[in-house]
Design a protein around this ligand. Structure first.
Ligand SMILES: Cc1ncc(COP(=O)(O)O)c(C=O)c1O
Length: 492
């Protein structure tokens, strides 16, 4: 069978005609058509192989044969809803529970990260009897209305009047660029105190806290790793106010952080959220997700008297696939791989930071990594256009990477968990080369240990989807040494 039904141009034309224009595509100037994938590689219609550094959904590797087989075998036998007894549902719930602290023992199976977070909010509202929700700056929790309302990453684009009054935005616990930085004696307490103060302000206005929601590590928000101890203190303040702590593990769960199975566990053994939401990697590409909570929260949800029914959530096929993902993680020691390869990758990236003035910060935890590009290490001027140039040039060399964060200047790595040291060498080798060329073209060099001198003029940056960003274009002037081609691309 041919790898494609239409030639690429026709696919683009039909997509423009029939698919909503707000559904953006990667590399909009020259989109990639992917026709198959295996492990950590994706293949286009010409058979070109791309190293995939961004698809955390294909957690145990694209199209893993064990996962495909488990789904196909169960599909041949039965697929139906969870109103019938089926062993897959309880077996899978038991398997998932075994990865979590004992207290988190009750599962609701749903179909996407958005559904999981929406249900988590319903649980929190019902359990607490309160309405107000605290979310973090730059957070993204999903595309349904209830979640756009708690996702500053998206609602920042709305006018004030469209923002919901019961949603409150606390500072992102970002110790590189945030309000309290690495030089602060206790950033965890300082950021948690911000939440405490926010709760007081909400109370003063007559509101009551239902929940605090945060990703255990912020992903779209710029690969931010909160300081240990922050969640414990926030949970204490929120619970004192009668609310619950929701940990969104949709991006970062299932062993990605290497040292632990769940990213919230990085905060310390003493921290247990009230609700955990899961998605993306849970089914290795099959649409499924889950909310896990305590018996108390689940019983209060039951007390509302409303039956919870979800047509597809927890069906035997999804549960078979979920179990196969857990089996492969164990069998191939992929959490261990994330730890080993993650450490190796961190070392390579740290060397890049030593070498390249454009690299402001490296944030890594297993196979979750962020490389923040800045034009000035003292002012932290975001190198947004440069980040976009890096990902476009890597794409030309068949490596898929994305840039994210509020300034779209953080190179974001979250590859399938079978990523190898050789893959890390290849990626960082090419990154090194591109950064060298960019810095030469822009006339960027180390001024002293901290600050970077920039002799080049700048362009209005656009991201991989062609959107323009206004941040961080401070410097003027030109360089006599710059590579005219690269400089022109960055500016145009
Ligand atoms: C942290 C986080 N939560 C929730 C979601 C929503 O998941 P879905 O797109 O499966 O609805 C996303 C999606 O990107 C996410 O990154």
């Amino acid at each position: 069978m041919s790898a494609e039904t239409f030639v690429k141009g026709k696919t683009i034309e039909l997509r423009k005609k029939h698919i909503g224009p707000s559904c953006k595509i990667f590399f909009s100037h020259d989109p990639i058509k992917i026709v198959k994938a295996k492990g950590q590689y994706m293949y286009d219609e010409k058979g070109r192989r791309y190293l995939d550094c961004i698809n955390n959904v294909a957690h145990v590797g694209h199209c893993h044969p064990d996962v495909v087989k488990a789904g196909a075998q169960q599909m041949e036998l039965l697929n139906t809803n969870s109103r019938f007894l089926h062993d897959n549902l309880v077996l899978y719930a038991q398997r998932l529970q075994a990865t979590l602290p004992d207290k988190l023992s009750v599962c609701y199976f749903v179909n996407s990260g958005s559904e999981a977070n929406d249900l988590a909010l319903r649980l929190a509202w019902q359990y607490s009897g309160h309405k107000d929700v605290i979310t973090l700056e730059n957070a993204y929790h999903g595309h349904v209305s209830s979640l756009i309302a708690i996702s500053p990453y998206k609602f920042i684009q709305l006018s004030d009047t469209e923002q919901i009054q019961s949603v409150h935005v606390a500072p992102s616990p970002d110790v590189y660029r945030g309000k309290y930085r690495a030089d602060h004696p206790d950033p965890a307490s300082a950021y948690a105190d911000e939440v405490k103060d926010m709760i007081h302000r909400v109370h003063e206005k007559g509101g009551k806290i239902a929940a605090f929601i945060a990703e255990s590590l912020q992903s779209c928000g710029g690969q931010v790793i909160p300081p240990p101890g922050y969640f414990q203190q926030v949970a204490q303040h929120v619970r004192q106010a009668g609310g619950v702590f929701i940990a969104d593990e949709v991006q970062v769960g299932f062993g990605r952080v290497g040292t632990h199975f769940w990213a919230f566990q990085l905060q310390g053994e003493d921290f247990v959220p009230d609700i955990v939401t899961m998605g993306k990697p849970i089914g290795n590409g099959h649409p499924m997700s889950c909310v896990v909570t305590t018996k108390e929260v689940a019983e209060s949800f039951m007390a509302s008297g409303i039956e919870y029914f979800n047509t597809f959530g927890g069906n035997p096929v999804s549960c078979a696939i979920g179990m196969a993902v857990l089996d492969v993680l164990e069998k191939e020691d992929l959490q261990g791989n994330a730890l080993r390869v993650g450490r190796y990758l961190t070392g390579l990236l740290e060397e890049q930071k030593e070498k390249h003035p454009l690299v402001g910060d490296i944030r890594c935890q297993g196979l979750f990594a962020g490389v923040e590009l800045v034009k000035d290490r003292l002012k932290l001027t975001p190198a947004t256009a440069e980040a976009q140039e890096v990902i476009y040039r890597l794409k030309e060399q068949c490596i898929l990477l994305s840039a994210d964060g509020p300034h779209r200047n953080v190179l974001k790595l979250k590859p399938p968990m079978c990523f190898t040291k050789e893959d890390a060498d290849l990626l960082v080798g090419k990154l090194d080369h591109i950064l060298t060329e960019l810095e030469e073209a822009l006339g960027l060099k180390f001024h002293n240990a901290l600050s970077v001198e920039n002799e080049s003029s700048k362009r209005k940056p656009t991201d991989e989807n062609g959107r323009q960003h206004l941040g961080g274009l401070a410097h003027g002037g030109g360089s006599s040494q710059e590579d005219p081609q690269i400089a022109k691309r960055i500016r145009s």
